[in-house]
Design a protein around this ligand. Structure first.
Ligand code: GLC
Length: 741
């Protein structure tokens, strides 16, 4: 007779109850324990698994998986580990294998910040789905992605890993990636459990210094940093990873207000929370606990369910339950959450993934096509003087390709690439040679002088510069966001000989181009574009693909402007358009180099005929804005139409504008389309001084345009009911109980 917990026809809750009932305390604590395995620890690990003391294994050798080239080997011996867990442990609870599959597996897609620049929700979802199908066939059940940290500081190395500065765009990207990774049914073949990280506020580390403290009010946390995680929970994300940083003086690894009050009680999250690598013991370093035992106690009582390598739970929980400092009910609660996800992932029915016997040669062509398309869509055309791009097809015009990254492979894959193979990467030289065999391409061993001589003999220069894959990423922060050493000088040298420059920048973060911009005719921001980066860049430069990327993060003019972001709160001494000309710097203007949402095309789009279907919106109504967009240029192309809202007066100061909708539309030359955005009361909601979600009556402004400088729009009034008086309603809102302030 099959035991209830092994019977897939029974409800999950019943299976969980039956299994927990059968587990010893040691076996329960084992489920909370994630190990990393090395060849040296293999026998010890197997015995721990046999004793039911392991719930999960992270497929990484170290806490620096993203910055460690040896991580590709962290796979052995998965089958044997799982076999022991399922066949030799007393209850046969399968292990869940987790890995940082951040933006691709064998096929590497653009870094997440680049994917956000595509604003193509469907394509981002498709890339995550394709990634899951590859990772699952390497026995990966669970990815530590998507990273949802709102980032306004490009000095921070991990800005590459998220979706930029805007809560709405980041929320859409979160949902797309989670749908892609988990599918409709996470137990289905090719799906894997996702993990929204790092909960919460990690992108606000002071000075852009990774692991640093953050100073974020609860009001800002709720209106800016939490929304993407709420979107992830609403999208059914299976797990959440808590952040290294503290919030309000309490480390996120033991912050019950975040993990229990908000995440579980307010949002109803029913998956499990995993710590970050050793972040529980890290609280001893924080100075919030005396020792590892107390750290573990605080963490599990605050709502952390599984410990990423660290050993606080495995070492101390047994004793703490025995002496009553941690109740067994608390341990049971964590175990139940973990088992729920293991059942959801189908691990009890399919503990063994049909693992491919060896790594396939090369990449699947459909994945390559997907990577090429997403990379091209993520690239942002920042400048294009006199239509310098697309490249002319003129026999009398000699074009050369030079720069430190034209033959790069690993660098194009970007950081947090553990399984992508450089040999599968298409270099920029290869991509361009394929589409434009006429180009004069500097050989890989060409010294700078030789590259300059090649430029002298050419009529136009494609110059590729940028970062390598370890100049950003975890704890890869820079204090001055300029190009790597020597690259500005190379640009100067080519400029000095009077050659028109097409600048291509491969980078994981915004970089300052203020002094460079006047010296070049065109700038294509290619990010770290992944396995098909060379082909995608060639597609754009040749005109095969019309660029449509839009910046998901503001590009400063100077490091000293940081933090600079478009959705800032107004002040008592307002300036317009970011920080305006009156920027309050004596040595710099206030505007950024490139604003959020900005990106050029090879064609031009004209916005006209803006309408609002009403001037007043009541509680149970919707308001619809519409606008006509016409492609007035010669090339067909995509335009990301963006809609921004402003709540002009509210009981807590609201941003000067916030992205509330976007649509990516295709228009042939001469074609027009009408785009509509509809909003209901919930779209106007924000968290007030009492940290409760609310909407308040009054004036709202709305703009639609090609980027965050959108000027075409109108205003409308929102009020609770037809015959209510806005002034009276406002008064009620404007005087919240002073104790909240
Ligand atoms: C790292 C990162 C986290 C990653 C984990 C496992 O320290 O903070 O994002 O998933 O450890 O590699």
């Amino acid at each position: 007779m099959i035991l209830p917990y092994l019977n897939p026809s029974l409800p999950t809750q019943q299976r969980i109850d039956d299994l927990v009932e059968r587990m010893t305390l040691d076996e329960k604590i084992g489920q909370l324990n994630q190990i990393f395995a090395t060849p040296e620890s293999e026998e010890r690990d197997k015995e721990m698994i046999r004793q039911g003391q392991v719930g999960s294994r992270i497929l990484a050798f170290s806490a620096h998986a993203g910055n460690d080239e040896t991580e590709a080997d962290a796979y052995t011996p998965l089958w044997e580990f799982q076999r022991i867990a399922v066949e030799e442990s007393r209850l046969g609870i399968p292990l869940i294998f987790g890995r940082d599959v951040i933006h691709g597996h064998l096929t590497v897609y653009p870094i997440p910040l680049a994917q956000a620049a595509s604003w193509d929700i469907e394509l981002v979802e498709a890339a995550a789905k394709a990634t899951a199908s590859e990772a699952v066939s390497d026995f990966v059940h669970w990815t530590f992605a998507p990273m949802l940290d709102i980032a306004r500081d490009p000095r921070w190395g991990r800005v590459i890993e998220g979706s930029g500065e805007d809560p709405y765009l980041c929320s859409q990207m979160a949902k797309a990636q989670i749908r892609g990774f988990q599918g409709e049914d996470t137990s289905a073949p090719g799906s894997m459990v996702a993990c929204a990280k790092h909960f919460v506020g990690y992108g606000a580390v002071e000075g852009g210094r990774d692991y640093n403290t953050i100073e974020v009010t609860e009001n800002t946390l709720r209106n800016t940093y939490l929304p993407p995680f709420k979107a992830a929970v609403d999208a059914g994300v299976g797990t959440i990873m808590c952040a290294f940083n503290d919030w309000n003086g309490i480390p996120c690894s033991a912050n019950g207000y975040l993990l229990n009050t908000i995440l579980r009680n307010e949002w109803g999250f029913d998956g499990y929370v995993i710590s970050d690598w050793d972040s529980i013991k890290g609280m001893v370093e924080h100075g919030s606990v005396e020792d590892a035992a107390v750290a573990g106690q605080h963490a599990i009582q605050a709502g952390v369910d599984m410990e990423m390598p660290g050993h606080c739970f495995a070492t101390h929980l047994r004793q703490q339950v025995a002496e009553g400092t941690v109740s067994e009910a608390t341990v049971d609660q964590a175990v139940r959450r973990i088992l729920r996800i293991k059942f959801m992932a189908g691990l009890f029915e399919e503990p063994f993934v049909k693992v491919r016997k060896q790594q396939p040669k090369g990449l699947k062509s459909e994945h390559r096509q997907l990577a090429r398309k997403l990379a091209a869509e993520s690239m942002v055309l920042l400048k294009n003087n006199e239509d310098a791009l697309p490249l002319a097809n003129d026999d009398n015009c000699t074009i050369c390709l030079i720069g430190p990254l034209i033959h790069a492979r690993r660098e194009l894959l970007g950081n947090w690439t553990l399984d992508g193979r450089p040999e599968d990467t298409v270099t920029i030289a290869e991509g361009l040679a394929q589409l434009r065999p006429d180009l004069k391409i500097a050989p890989a061993d060409a010294a700078v002088d030789a590259q300059i001589r090649l430029a002298r003999k050419s009529d136009q220069v494609i110059l590729v510069v940028g970062e390598d894959h370890f100049r950003n990423g975890e704890n890869a922060n820079i204090a001055d966001i300029t190009l790597p050493a020597g690259q500005a000088q190379l640009i100067d040298a080519i400029h000095a000989i009077g050659k028109p420059i097409i600048l291509v920048v491969c980078s994981g973060r915004p970089l300052v181009l203020t002094d460079i911009e006047p010296k070049v005719d065109a700038i294509l921001w290619a990010w770290h574009p992944g396995s098909e980066g060379g082909n995608a860049i060639a597609d754009i430069l040749s005109g095969n693909v019309n660029p449509s990327g839009k910046l998901p993060i503001t590009f400063p003019r100077a490091t000293g402007q940081i933090p600079i972001y478009y959705n800032y709160k107004n002040t008592c001494r307002p300036v317009d358009d970011y920080y305006g000309e009156d920027s309050r710097y004596q040595d710099q203007v206030g505007k950024p180099m490139y604003r959020f949402g900005f990106g050029l095309s090879y064609t031009h789009f004209e916005y006209s005929n803006f309408t609002l279907d009403r001037s007043q919106m009541l509680t149970d109504e919707c308001i619809t804005a519409s606008i006509q967009i016409k492609n007035t240029g010669k090339a067909s192309g995509f335009e990301v139409v963006q809609c921004y809202l402003r709540d002009v007066v509210a009981s807590t100061i609201r941003p000067v504008r916030e992205l509330k909708g976007f649509q990516r539309i295709h228009l042939k030359s001469g074609e027009s389309k009408t785009v509509q955005f509809s909003f209901s009361e919930s779209d106007l909601a924000f968290y007030g001084a009492d940290n409760q979600q609310r909407t308040e009556p009054g004036e709202f402004q709305l703009w639609i345009g090609p980027d965050s400088s959108a000027t075409i729009g109108g205003k409308f009034y929102f009020k609770q009911s037809k015959d209510s008086n806005i002034a009276t309603e406002r008064q009620a809102c404007l005087n919240p109980d002073p104790s909240f302030c």
